[in-house]
Every structure is written in structure tokens, then in C-alpha cells.
Design a protein around this ligand. Structure first.
Ligand code: 3PG
Ligand code: MG
Length: 532
């Protein structure tokens, strides 16, 4: 069923991928090269780590044959079940890796400052899958996005820093290509040997990525014999590299995806009680659905950050100049009512740190949330709120935490978030299940050196929220369930719709009907939202 059906006639060629010193590096090519199609482009190329690819095309690339989905012998109901299931997916444990060329999607969308990676959690999290594939004798072509370059080349969003970090972590040189596609990339891929890998340049430099353009997906798919999706953080995006390629290749999930799904499913399905969710961050919009879903699961809901401000307004308080969303006040009221009806306790801040401006070095003081001064901004929770949180969490056995409690980027206003990180570590030490998602919350844990104590750190911001909401994640939905008779699911095609809001979605042609909607339309950024 898998790519072993391809001709075993790859010519044994010496790669010219250069190492970090610019010298050709040893390849360890096996005496017999693994199977691959005979129609790869015959081009010469050199790829430097993080650098550009120079090429001398000799023959135009010929598209490879596309594996067709197996006929639907088991009927539509079976297929529907495969779509609905968010867990039990076919993982790389089922993959015979030796000699396979694996097209691996990871989420290396890491925070950068001055070209340096501020938090490498997502790269670290991808290492087990990458190592398993390399150790299993696969060659690995890695795809990722970084930032939102909107289909243009943005030098500051090149993946070279991620490649360098990965090189350090796995101690294997990770070259990058100058472009996700192109004859140079074709050749670099063709020259890969078992146990070698390369990282394609940012797939979002191509407009076809976010549009899930089938032609772009097909070209990417030509770089692999099988597709492995390990990008949990981007699994809520129906893009070419997360969803589109699965139409052309037998698809699997990686170990990170598996672990994330398991940890988050356990949380929803069988949490030890009492169960508390702590939700912070800047905005309620985009979190309404997850808050509604959580109210049905938790015993205690603790709110902080800008999210709490909107709820304070909904409960009749004024928040001065603090960030809050007037349009979301009714939703917040509805959620409070739902909590009341279900007997769920909602803990809102009783005091806060207010500042003249949301900047470093500004004047600030602690006030009660009953008397927030009109011309100040709430930028963090105050000490009484932190004590209340600590007390409320005392009997709690399961904690889900997503989002900072204050303006975490400014150290003076990161106090409550850091205090909560301490409490989370104490709770984990005492045997509670603690699951944390969102970049700032995890950064706080890392700063205190307690991240590893957590039961699970989710690499997904938006993805984990959508999962907790109970929505199907497109990047998971496209992977067949374990033991599936299908190489690919016959549902993958998503009509390319220009990003541009829900109106654009409505204008999209009805045929073919997308089963998975491009999520560029529903983007609500999650962990990056701030109170500023
Ligand atoms: C994320 O960080 O949320 C994921 O990497 C997806 O990125 P996006 O929100 O820009 O689509
Ligand atoms: Mg996001």
C-alpha cells in the first residue's frame, strides 16, 4: 500500500549538500539506494545551511504519479467515522520507515527577537519524531511556516535559525533550502539519503500555502513518499502543508501530535476532580466557544488578563482605560449565567495592578477592582487576587492553564503570571495533573525552571483551544485512523479561498464542497494576544 510500490531505481549519486563549514559532508549512502520514482528532475544543486540553493536545471521536473485513494469498499459510514475521530490516528509507529522519504510537517513557528529564537519549545517537541524517522532509516524533508509573511518572501521570517537550533538539538546537520519549491529544492531532496534531513524554507512564502492550493500541495507532496503531520500547533489550519499534501500521500501523525491529542483528550474525558481552568490572555473573542465548552467540564474557572476585564465589565464593574472588548460583554454575561446555572465557580480578580501607560518604567499601583480609576490601565492581577487563586486551587486535582494573567512582556506586570507558574509547579509536585498551553504561560514556567514538572505542555495555542472546544482539527482529520485500509482519505480537497474574512468564505464557490474549511478565515490569535 505504501510507497514501496515505487520503482527501486534511484541512481546512486553523491550529494553536494554542504555542512556548516561549507565542505561537502559525508552522506553515509547505502550500497543500494532506496526506492523512488524515476522521474525526479535531473538537476545539480548545492544547499548551504540556511542559505540559498544554486541550481543548474538540465531537465524539467515531471510530476510524479499520484497515489489514488483506495475505492470506498468499506462504505461512507466508515469514512465519516474516520473524519470524526480526533484520536486513534495512524501514527509513525505503523510506518515501515526504512528507505522511505518522509515529508514531515512540524510547527517551527517560534518567537524570534533580533533573529534569535526566544523559546525553542516547539523545536524540542518535534525532536522525538525526527529522531525516530532518522533512526528508522527514513530521509526526512521537513516543512514549517514561521510568522505570517502572507505569500511573500520576508527575510526576517526565514527558517535558518530554526534549522540551526535543530542541528544543535539532534547533532545532525540540518540544511535549509532557499525556497520551499523549485528545481534546486527538487535536487536537494533527490539527493537525500536515509538518515539525512533538510528543512524547506518557510512554506508561507508561497501564497498557495494558506490557500491550500492543490497545485502547490501536489508539488510539496512530490518531495515525499509518505506524509507525517507532527505540527499540532498548526493542526487547526487547513493549509497545503498541513492538509493539502495528504491528498497525495499516505498520511500519518507524528509522536508529538499523538501525545498532544492524548493529553488533551484525557483532560476532557477523565479529569481527576475537582478540575479548574485558568484562562488569561488579551481577548475574549476567539475564546468564547472554548469558555463555553470548558464551563461544561470544569468545577472552577479562573480568569485573568484582558479576558477578565471583559468579564468584570459584564459583572457590572468599570475597568477604566483597561483593555476590554465591548462587543464581547454580552457573551461574557452569557458565560457567567451558564456557569451559575451549572454551579461552576468563576473567580474574577478582586484587585489589580493599574498603570498610567502600558509601557516599561511607567507609574503603577495596586487597587481594588471595585474602584478601578478611570484613567488607568489594569496590567496585572494584584496580591489579593493571587492569594485567592492560590486558595481556590488548593483542593484542585486537575488544572488547565492557557494565557498570561497580565502584560507578561513587561517584567513588572508579569508578577501574577509568574506566581501562578509557581503554584502550578507546587500543584504538579503534589500530584495534580497540570496541562499548560500558550507561549507566555509556558515561558513563565521556563523562566522559573519548572516547565518540566508539568504533566503536559501543549505546543498549540489556537490549536489546543480549538481541540478543547471539541472542533475537528483539519491537520488531524486528514490522517486516517490506525489500521485504516486507505492510504489517503478521499476528502482532502479544500476549495482555495482567498483569506479575507467570513464574507470571502460565503462568496466561495460551493463545488467542490469543502469538508474542512481553510482556517485562514477564522484566525483568532491566541497566545500572541496581549493586553497592550
Ligand atoms: C500558531 O502559533 O498559532 C501556529 O503556529 C499557527 O500559526 P498562525 O496562527 O499564524 O496560523
Ligand atoms: Mg496562532
Amino acid at each position: 500500500m505504501l510507497a514501496s510500490s515505487r520503482p527501486a531505481n534511484r541512481p546512486q549519486v553523491k550529494p553536494t549538500i554542504t555542512g556548516s563549514n561549507g565542505q561537502p559532508r559525508p552522506t553515509g549512502a547505502p550500497p543500494t539506494a532506496p526506492s523512488r520514482p524515476a522521474n525526479r528532475p535531473n538537476v545539480k544543486a548545492t544547499v548551504k545551511p540556511g542559505g540559498t540553493t544554486s541550481t543548474t536545471p538540465q531537465v524539467r521536473p515531471v510530476p510524479r504519479p499520484i497515489p489514488r485513494p483506495a475505492p470506498p469498499q468499506t462504505g461512507p459510514r466508515r469514512m465519516a467515522q474516520e473524519l470524526i475521530s480526533a484520536s486513534g490516528k495512524r501514527t509513525i509507529r505503523e510506518l515501515h520507515m526504512q528507505g522511505q522519504r518522509v515529508l514531515l510537517r512540524v510547527d517551527f513557528n517560534v518567537p524570534l527577537s533580533d533573529g534569535k529564537i526566544v523559546d525553542d519549545s516547539r523545536i524540542r517537541a518535534a525532536v522525538p519524531t525526527i529522531k525516530a524517522l532518522l533512526d528508522g532509516g527514513a530521509s526526512v524533508v521537513i516543512m514549517s511556516h514561521l510568522g505570517r509573511p502572507d505569500g511573500r518572501v520576508v527575510d526576517g521570517l526565514r527558517l535558518r535559525p530554526a534549522a540551526e537550533r535543530l542541528t544543535q538539538l539532534i547533532r545532525v546537520n540540518v540544511p535549509t533550502t532557499g525556497d520551499a519549491l523549485g528545481v534546486g529544492t527538487d535536487d536537494a531532496v533527490r539527493r537525500l539519503r536515509p538518515g539525512e534531513l533538510l528543512l524547506l524554507e518557510n512554506v508561507r512564502f508561497h501564497a498557495g500555502e494558506e490557500r491550500n492550493d492543490p497545485a502547490f500541495a501536489e508539488r510539496l507532496a512530490s518531495y515525499g513518499d509518505v506524509f507525517v503531520n507532527d505540527a499540532f500547533g498548526a493542526a487547526h489550519r487547513a493549509h497545503a502543508s498541513t492538509v493539502g499534501v495528504a491528498a497525495y500521500l499516505p498520511s500519518y501523525v507524528g509522536l508529538l501530535m499523538e501525545q498532544e491529542v492524548e493529553a488533551l483528550s484525557n483532560l476532557l474525558e477523565k479529569p481527576a476532580r475537582p478540575f479548574a481552568a485558568i484562562v488569561g490572555g488579551g481577548k475574549v473573542s476567539g475564546k468564547v466557544a472554548v469558555l463555553e465548552a470548558l464551563i461544561k467540564k470544569v468545577d472552577l474557572l479562573i480568569l485573568g488578563g484582558g479576558v477578565a476585564n471583559t468579564f468584570l465589565v459584564a459583572s457590572g464593574r468599570s475597568v477604566g482605560k483597561s483593555l476590554y472588548e465591548s462587543k464581547m460583554v454580552d457573551d461574557a454575561r452569557r458565560i457567567l449565567k451558564l456557569a451559575q446555572d451549572r454551579g461552576v465557580r468563576v473567580l474574577l480578580p478582586v484587585d489589580g495592578v493599574v498603570a498610567k501607560e502600558v509601557t516599561r518604567g511607567t507609574e503603577f499601583k495596586v487597587v481594588s477592582t471595585d474602584k478601578l480609576p478611570a484613567s488607568w490601565h489594569m496590567v496585572d492581577l494584584g496580591p489579593a487576587s493571587i492569594t485567592a487563586i492560590r486558595e481556590a486551587l488548593a483542593p484542585i486535582k486537575t488544572i488547565l492553564w492557557n494565557g498570561p494573567l497580565g502584560v507578561f512582556e513587561i517584567p513588572s506586570f508579569a508578577v501574577a503570571t509568574r506566581e501562578l507558574a509557581k503554584v502550578a509547579a507546587e500543584k504538579a509536585d503534589a500530584g495534580a495533573t497540570v496541562v499548560v498551553g500558550g507561549g507566555d504561560s509556558i515561558a513563565a514556567l521556563r523562566q522559573l525552571g519548572v516547565a518540566e514538572k508539568m504533566t503536559h505542555l501543549s505546543t498549540g495555542g489556537g490549536a489546543s483551544l480549538e481541540f478543547l472546544e471539541g472542533r475537528d482539527l483539519p491537520g488531524l482529520a486528514v490522517v486516517p485512523t490506525a489500521g485504516s485500509p486507505y492510504e489517503t482519505l478521499p476528502i482532502i480537497y479544500v476549495s482555495p479561498v482567498k483569506p479575507g474574512g467570513k464574507a470571502a468564505a460565503k462568496r466561495a464557490p460551493a463545488k467542490p464542497k469543502p469538508i474542512i474549511k481553510p482556517s485562514a478565515l477564522d484566525d483568532e490569535d491566541d497566545e500572541s494576544d496581549t493586553l497592550a
